[in-house]
Design a protein around this ligand. Structure first.
Ligand SMILES: *Cc1c(COP(=O)(O)O)cnc(C)c1O
Length: 617
């Protein structure tokens, strides 16, 4: 089940009630059905502000382009000439239609971000009196620009030409007084601003001009006059009609009226469109079309200027969060488009803006990475403390499981021991062994034993993990500085830092809980110490990477982008040999479980090995 809303200008998001009426199979010949067609035709005329005396509506099977093709190939005679005005792909498509049908035409092309000039049209018509028809797009969905049909219609009329308008994506969303403007043929379709589903187009026709077109059509199926002749009789379609689409459209028209007609719909579209543009502008995203010419239907936005930007990634990110956007279609700039027609309301725009904000935040330039130490940068599987904890608890007569030892990993070691003693099973064993609850003095005692044990083995666990050296090198080449935090104390760190340095790993700085009054993880203070030392001005510039749940919590409480690493982690807790001995299936299973734990703790991303980090900086 797909559960996202369409921010594409047709097909668009329809209401459930519109979708529901399509559950019925309707026959096409009875009066019921024919009356539905007639009612649709009549109501479309009303929306167009066109009188029944002078205008009529023809419904035509097929998508919007079929409607445009029907008009152009049916009303322009073999001895007539058409002026095609184009400032986008739909204008170009009309030329393509004309080429296919062998129509005689003159092109007037304008840059995609400019509106055609009525003065220029006037000049062209004056210079070539063979031109009999003028055609243009109202809302060029390619860019979102809204062309001035009133001005062009006025000069076309003055020159005695037939005026044709592709108002596909504007009719119903922008008020068009068809008769007053002198538009002779206006084409739109079911799946645009009336908010129906795809399947047919409709043409508001000047009766007189339509009648004059008899016999001119180059195509049988798209013969506008013939289609009208049949439909005008009693509402029967010439060939099979798209019944389900027609029922949906009739319902959509009801809802259109309920909302308050063109006025209300236009208001909603305009307000949502302008709100979106304001929100995007606040995030530094500019529109391709200037404010003055920007229509209310769809907006073309320029890509953000960031080397990390990927439309596909953004599209997927937004789709996963409930909205489908549209790639750009203009040829001279890198753009994407967002339509705001259909069942889209202010709350959708606000939600969408939040999604964009999150996405762009992720993309923000990072200047520093904070690594954890054991299990992340060195000590594959984080074994040094594990061995020492196991030893200390065994000496106290308690055999902890690997899980019990691993669970609090990443914490300051004293806190770690205390946390282990509070695990119910260990707690119970302790009470049985000593006849009393464990108290802080016991934690002190165990810790006093833990320290020398760990010190005794620590220098064997300072080797950098796979890919750490090359990843750090790459980060530095990108100008990124390296900080670090740990659950070890300063004394322990002296050994680890020295060993790692000898092996080639040396971050620009490190801080242990000793530097922050023993307020280690999940407190964020060690990260802030790093920021201070490294001169990082905002948490937005940081990435924290670690291999334990307390690492993730530290990163999230600091407000930084936080990544969990899987291979070599304490969370997985396997040595390199154990990990490599796993079957593919076992490995997938273990990685999947660890990933879920990171995500549950709030990780912004989970990477397989440390190289994955490079994707996020
Ligand atoms: C949607 C649209 C069309 C028709 O396109 P189809 O894919 O055939 O439905 C034509 N012109 C404009 C301006 C449009 O927005």
């Amino acid at each position: 089940m797909i559960n996202y809303k369409l921010l594409t200008p047709g097909p668009l998001t329809t209401t459930d009630s519109v979708k529901r009426v399509m559950m019925e199979d309707h026959c096409t010949w009875d009066d019921d059905y024919k009356q539905i067609t007639q009612k649709i035709r009549k109501e479309l005329l009303e929306i167009a502000h066109a009188s029944e005396a002078n205008y009529t509506t023809v419904l035509m099977q097929g998508s919007g382009s079929f409607g445009v093709e029907s008009v152009l190939t049916s009303v322009v005679g073999a001895d007539q000439k058409l002026l095609i005005i184009a400032n986008g792909a739909y204008g170009e498509r009309m030329m393509s239609i004309a080429d296919h049908a062998g129509l005689c035409y003159v092109p007037y092309r304008v840059e995609y971000d400019q509106i055609p000039s009525a003065e220029k049209v006037e000049e062209l018509l004056a210079a070539d009196n063979e031109i009999t028809h003028v055609v243009m797009v109202h809302s060029e969905t390619t860019s979102g620009i809204l062309n001035d049909i009133a001005a062009v219609a006025a000069v076309a009329k003055a020159a005695g030409c037939t005026m044709i308008v592709d108002a596909m994506s504007s009719f119903g969303g922008v008020d068009i007084p068809v008769e007053e403007l002198g538009i002779d043929f206006l084409v739109s379709s079911a799946n645009k601003c009336i908010q129906g589903v795809p399947g047919f187009s409709f043409i508001i026709c000047n009766r007189k001009k339509l009648e004059e077109s008899e016999g001119k059509a180059r195509s049988l199926s798209l013969d506008l006059f013939d289609q009208w002749k049949t439909m005008e009789k009693d509402g029967k379609w010439r060939f099979t009609s798209p019944t389900h689409t027609v029922l949906a459209f009739a319902q959509a028209l009801e809802e259109f009226k309920e909302e308050g007609g063109v006025a209300a719909r236009s208001k909603r579209y305009y307000e949502n469109n302008r709100l979106l543009i304001r929100k995007m502008k606040a995030m530094g995203i500019r529109t391709y079309i200037s404010e003055k010419n920007q229509g209310p239907i769809i907006t073309t936005f320029l890509y953000p200027e960031h080397h990390n930007f990927s439309f596909v990634e953004m599209y997927e990110y937004i789709k996963e969060r409930g909205y489908a956007i549209y790639p750009g279609k203009v040829t001279d700039a890198d753009t994407f488009r967002i339509g705001n027609i259909g069942e889209i309301y202010e709350e959708d725009i606000l939600k969408l803006a939040d999604i964009f904000r999150e996405f762009f935040d992720r993309m923000k330039t990072k200047t520093a990475v904070i690594f954890d130490w054991a299990g992340t940068a060195v000590d594959y599987g984080c074994f040094a403390p594990v061995k020492a904890f196991a030893q200390v608890f065994q000496n106290a007569g308690i055999e902890p499981t690997m899980e019990e030892i691993r669970e609090p990993m990443g914490m300051l070691k004293w806190d770690h021991i205390k946390t282990m003693l509070n695990i119910p099973r260990i707690h119970a064993l302790w009470v049985k062994q000593y006849g009393a609850e464990p108290v802080d003095a016991d934690v002190d005692r165990l810790y006093q034993e833990f320290e020398p044990t760990l010190f005794g083995i620590l220098d064997q666990y300072t080797q950098p993990n796979p890919y750490v050296l090359e990843t750090v090198q790459e980060l530095r080449e990108r100008g990124i500085v390296i900080g670090s935090t740990t659950g070890y104390t300063d004394d322990m760190m002296k050994i680890v830092v020295e060993g790692a340095k000898a092996a080639g790993y040396a971050p620009d700085c490190w801080f242990s809980p000793d530097a922050v009054g023993s307020k280690g993880r999940p407190y964020p203070y060690m990260i802030y110490k790093n920021m201070e030392q490294l001169g990082v001005s905002s948490v937005d510039e940081l990435v924290k990477v670690g291999d334990t749940i307390s690492d993730i919590k530290e990163g999230k409480s600091a407000g930084v982008f936080t990544i969990g690493v899987l291979e070599g982690s304490s969370l997985i807790g396997l040595s390199k040999e154990e990990y490599e001995d796993l079957s593919d299936e076992e490995r997938e299973q273990i990685l999947g479980e660890a990933k879920a734990k990171y995500e549950e703790a709030g990780a912004d991303a989970v990477i397989k090995d440390i190289r994955g980090l490079l994707e996020y900086v």
